[in-house]
Design a protein around this ligand. Structure first.
Ligand SMILES: NC(=O)c1ccc[n+]([C@@H]2O[C@H](COP(=O)([O-])OP(=O)(O)OC[C@H]3O[C@@H](n4cnc5c(N)ncnc54)[C@H](O)[C@@H]3O)[C@@H](O)[C@H]2O)c1
Length: 285
């Protein structure tokens, strides 16, 4: 049986993942402080959390009481001063410097006992740890998209991570009804490393004119994959997916077979980031 003394979680970042993690934590009974620099993103997150919880309610997966409690459990803020507590789950942009800057600010505010769990998809925990005030307090806690639905959570142990924190993360993941897997800090951890060719090879085939975006998705879905690679990249966010590919590629010594895609970069340069900008490999209303 999972057991944990932490009652409140600060979720930093209110984009695709932060929003889902805040919802998940609130549904699991945690009080949530949901922080983002952008008021607009916080408003968008509040709306999408309510809509998503409504769907759980309509399907009978939540009672009206659980629905109301989950909504009441979340407070939204764009002030870092409000980020006071014992545990941060961070889901801001996939940029090492941005994460390091935020973590040092949070340690200044909360002291050396603060636990920081980063949802990074690909940045090395050890590389972040080497530039923060309290490396033993950092752990990877990698949720999958959409966080309220996907069962797996990768827990990444850095060289310096306090083992007691790994145990706490396992307990918290279990309290959120997830399946935790402890992994080593290596490029892309487990799932994102294995998944690189799924995206990269199909983009390369499209670039070479071997197949269209629509055909690739249809074929792979018919072969049993839940989502075709292009629909999945639109869901993830092309910018995030490209950052992950770039980091894994660089960290593995730039192998030709894992080179980031030119057609993906071109889409990003046009601002077509996927569902979040209503335009990616497909158009959305
Ligand atoms: N998108 C996915 O499918 C997915 C899956 C697993 C993990 N991740 C990881 O989760 C993290 C977030 O990804 P996302 O897709 O939710 O990104 P996103 O682009 O949807 O959202 C990022 C949010 O971070 C905010 N932000 C940026 N700098 C900030 C700061 N200093 N302080 C507070 N907020 C800040 C932005 O305003 C934005 O709302 C990344 O590390 C990513 O690798 C993403």
């Amino acid at each position: 049986m999972a057991n944990n003394s932490i009652k409140q979680i600060i979720v930093c970042g209110a984009g695709t993942m932060g929003s889902g993690i805040a919802q998940l934590a609130a549904t699991a009974g945690f009080k949530v402080i949901h922080f983002d620099l952008s008021k607009q993103m916080l408003e968008k997150s509040a709306k999408s959390i309510e809509q998503s919880l409504q769907k759980f309610l309509a399907k009978g997966k939540l009672s009206i009481e659980e629905f109301n409690n989950a909504i009441a459990n979340i407070t939204y803020t764009d002030r870092i001063d409000d980020c006071r507590g014992e545990l941060i789950i961070e889901a801001i942009i996939e940029k090492k410097e941005a994460k390091i800057g935020l973590f040092n600010q949070l340690f200044n505010l909360n002291g050396s006992n603060l636990i920081i769990a980063t949802n990074t998809s690909s940045i090395s925990i050890d590389a972040i740890a080497s530039s923060i005030a309290f490396p033993a307090q950092l752990v990877g806690l990698h949720f999958f998209n959409p966080a309220p639905l996907m069962r797996l959570v990768e827990i990444i142990k850095g060289e310096a991570t306090n083992p007691a924190i790994i145990k706490q993360m396992v307990d918290i993941a279990l309290m959120m009804q997830k399946t935790p897997v402890i992994c080593k800090d290596s490029p892309g951890f487990i799932v994102n490393r294995v998944a690189r060719p799924y995206y990269l090879e199909t983009m390369y085939m499209v670039q070479k004119g071997i197949i269209t975006v629509e055909q690739a998705d249809a074929v792979l879905e018919a072969a049993g994959f839940k989502m075709g690679p292009f629909k999945l990249m639109d869901l993830i966010g092309l910018d995030i997916n490209y950052s992950v590919s770039s980091i894994v590629w660089e960290d593995l010594g730039k192998p030709e077979r894992l080179k980031p895609s030119e057609i993906q970069k071109a889409k990003i340069d046009q601002g077509a980031l996927g569902i979040k900008t209503k335009k990616g490999f497909y158009q959305y209303n």
